[in-house]
Design a protein around this ligand. Structure first.
Ligand code: GUN
Length: 284
């Protein structure tokens, strides 16, 4: 039997519509969620990502500001921009687009963002809050994955979730979120022995390794829900996930496609975090 395809693109659109409607209601009470995005330098891919964030903010009815700074911006100048945004009452979320030019220490900049405005959820304080289960803004891609699992009708409680990949941005936080959802969680990585035997026990398999089509059907338990975080450009120019989608389609119970699976959820969760931060500040 063919797996149910988890339509991230459609689900993200639904969430965006929910956010747009809630924003409309908040505006009647004088609350306008605001997101500031900071882009340093002229990396073309980053410029496209930032443009998409700006466009989505406008669609949501948010206040949106983009600070486009030259490549030669010093770390001190960038820290001063972040400090201004921390003090700016119209701004509820701050996102500094990564990667930054090499002469700037990313960690110093991320650490400087006020925790209540850390809509990326990348800072040590946000990460610590996530680990100990305190209220916090959640990193966008991991939060989007949990939302996809929920909206596919799967409750992670009691299930065996296997996460392949241990990055700070996806693997580690998604494992923590699955644990918070009461799953039994195993993390596999490049040094894991016998990964196939472990992965094929998973009821929920999350793959975030950045290797095209690396995970084939032998890693998938029949009926498992498979979440593919990878976005890899093939020589043919086509995009492929980390999972061999065609091969796994008749083994998995449900699977996310690439593109149109996890990807569109990230920006929807960024909007949700901005809305949350605005509501929290207003005491709603
Ligand atoms: N660069 C690529 N993805 C991201 C993201 O999610 N957040 C930030 N800040 N930079 C990125």
């Amino acid at each position: 039997m063919s797996a149910k395809v988890i339509e991230g693109k459609r689900i993200a659109q639904e969430i965006r519509e929910e956010i747009r409607q809630e924003t409309e209601r908040l505006k009647e009470r004088g609350i306008v969620p605001g997101l500031a995005v900071v882009l340093v330098g002229g990396d073309p891919a980053s410029a496209v990502y930032v443009g998409n964030k700006e466009k989505t903010c406008k669609e949501m009815g948010f206040h949106s500001e983009v600070h486009r700074l030259p490549e030669e911006t010093t770390q001190e100048q960038l820290l001063a921009v972040v400090a201004d945004l921390n003090r700016n009452d119209a701004v509820h979320g701050i996102l500094v687009q990564l990667p930054l030019p090499k002469h700037i220490a990313e960690k110093a900049v991320i650490d400087a963002i006020a925790v209540e405005k850390d809509v990326d959820g990348f800072s040590p304080q946000s990460t610590g809050n996530l680990v100990i289960g305190d209220e916090s803004l959640l990193p966008c891609t991991p939060a989007g994955i949990i939302e996809l699992i929920r909206r596919a009708g799967v409750d992670p409680a009691g299930k065996h979730a296997v996460v392949i990949g241990r990055s700070n941005i996806v693997g580690k936080p998604v494992a923590m979120l699955l644990l918070r959802e009461n799953a039994t969680v195993t993390i596999c990585h490049s040094r894991t022995e016998n990964m196939e035997a472990i992965a094929s026990q998973a009821d929920i398999l999350v793959v975030a390794i950045g290797k095209p089509k690396a995970i084939g059907r032998r890693y998938v338990k029949p009926g498992a829900i498979v979440i593919d975080v990878g976005v890899n450009r093939l020589e043919s120019g086509k995009l492929a996930g980390d999972v061999d989608y065609d091969e796994c389609l008749d083994v998995a119970g449900a699977i996310t496609p690439v593109p149109g699976g996890v990807g569109p959820m990230t920006i929807a969760m960024l909007m949700q975090n901005t809305l949350k931060a605005a509501k929290r500040k207003a005491g709603v």
